[in-house]
Design a protein around this ligand. Structure first.
Ligand code: ZN
Length: 420
């Protein structure tokens, strides 16, 4: 008996040793060398600041954050401030001026249009945005999938493919359209509940139409984002179960509180879109509702936005996410929105960064994947020249961009002759 027991133990030990050897070998052979990114200041996206941290990246993911200060660094970013890749929940990645520098709904041949989109995507990524949501264009699907294959440089893209408005059909037809969007691979459903600010921003879709779109989307587990300017259109959208409100130039205290109470995300656009239209007026003027009257509305919109954003910031528990409504001419300037929310709205810099990282990720239901620097997350991270917590404009000076563990930008900061 005793001999048998000993023999059994010996076999077990041998088996365990073999197992350890096999496991170690498998793990070693599966691992590429880690990339280690070190910086004095790391903003984690969730509201915390880490000092003297080394972010360890294996493949596309962050595996650990080494706080020991020891070990080598593949990228020693020194005084540059590292933070998660930024997220823009509203960017029209397909919009581009045509070859004459004018805005056009179709700026060129199908081939040139997709190249314009790829150009916008590249410019956006270089500006530090590693995820965007586009509401939406049919060509977004090809662009999204091409970037996801890992060769074409660009941010992760989520798209609505198409848009729904008051002319999109009866409630039953709208429900069918939402089902079709799901089948076609849409990541979100985009809805126009109100007119453009150039047309006054009044509610356009009926309550029944809104209930149909958002109700169907909810039952299919799809997210919804609603263009809504007037208080009535915001109220109707929130009450219809829609999940995110865009623009909201005329949002008043009542609907801001309603959004906060219902946990609806709010994406006001105060820093990029109107400024870009006004700066590029000659390129838009004379096309559709881009007329003098429309531009006068947009001019007034700057002040309306200023009033609205202050109220929004003063609304407790309102979930503000970062979106720009970037159109032709605005791509690459997305971070100006963060700066203006702080300047005009008095948002705390850390809150503005959270709204552009972890909270934006949550609104996209990607909060287990991106928007935070922590083990297990995708290695989407950037470095900015300056401390955005004391000078928010630093978010516009992106000098290093990594997305999914790959470096897409690494340039010297201002005034530097070299960098390490
Ligand atoms: Zn838009």
């Amino acid at each position: 008996m005793r001999l048998n027991a000993l023999r059994f133990r010996a076999v077990l030990t041998a088996f365990a040793t073999l197992l350890t050897a096999v496991t170690t070998w498998t793990a070693l052979s599966a691992q590429e060398p880690a990339t280690r990114i070190r910086a004095t200041t790391v903003i984690d996206g969730g509201g915390k600041v880490l000092r003297n941290a080394t972010i360890v990246v294996q493949g596309s993911k962050i595996t650990s954050i080494d706080m020991s200060g020891n070990g080598s660094a593949s990228y020693n970013l020194g005084q540059l401030v590292v933070m998660p890749g930024m997220i823009d929940v509203h960017s029209h990645v397909a919009w581009h001026f045509d070859q004459d520098g004018r805005y056009a709904a179709r700026p060129g041949s199908p081939a040139s249009e997709i190249l314009y989109s790829a150009e916008n995507a590249f410019v956006t990524l270089r500006a530090g945005f590693t995820t965007i949501q586009s509401p939406g264009s049919a060509s977004d699907v090809d662009l999204r999938d091409a970037i996801a294959r890992g060769i074409l440089p660009g941010p992760r893209i989520l798209t609505s493919i198409r848009q729904n408005n008051e002319r999109s059909g009866t409630p039953a037809e709208l429900r069918e359209k939402v089902r079709q969007l799901k089948q076609d691979g849409a990541d979100v459903v985009k809805i126009f509940a109100s007119a453009s600010i150039r047309d006054g921003g009044k509610q356009t879709m009926t309550d029944e139409q809104l209930q149909a779109v958002c109700g169907e989307a909810n039952s299919l587990g799809m997210r919804t984002m609603v263009h809504a300017h007037s208080p009535e259109s915001i109220k109707a959208s929130v009450n219809a179960g829609c999940q995110q409100i865009e623009h909201g130039v005329f949002a008043n205290d009542e609907v801001l509180k309603l959004m906060a109470d219902k946990g609806v995300y709010f994406d006001p656009n105060v820093g990029v879109v109107l400024q870009n239209y006004l700066k590029n007026k000659a390129k838009f003027l004379g096309i559709g509702n881009y007329n003098e009257e429309g531009f006068a509305y947009m001019e007034k919109g700057l002040d309306l936005n200023k009033t609205m954003i202050k109220k929004a910031m003063a609304t407790p528990n309102l979930k503000l996410v970062l979106g720009t409504d970037a159109v032709a001419g605005a791509h690459g300037h997305n971070a100006d929105e963060i700066v203006e929310r702080v300047r005009q709205g008095g948002q705390k810099p850390m809150d503005a960064i959270v709204s552009a990282t972890s909270l934006a990720a949550k609104s996209l239901r990607l909060d287990k994947t991106v928007g935070t620097l922590a083990p297990g997350y995708e290695a989407d991270l950037i470095a900015v020249d300056g401390d955005p917590l004391t000078d928010i404009s630093a978010v516009t000076r992106v000098v290093f961009v990594m997305k999914g563990g790959k470096v897409y930008k690494h340039v010297a900061p201002r005034g530097a002759t070299s960098h390490n």
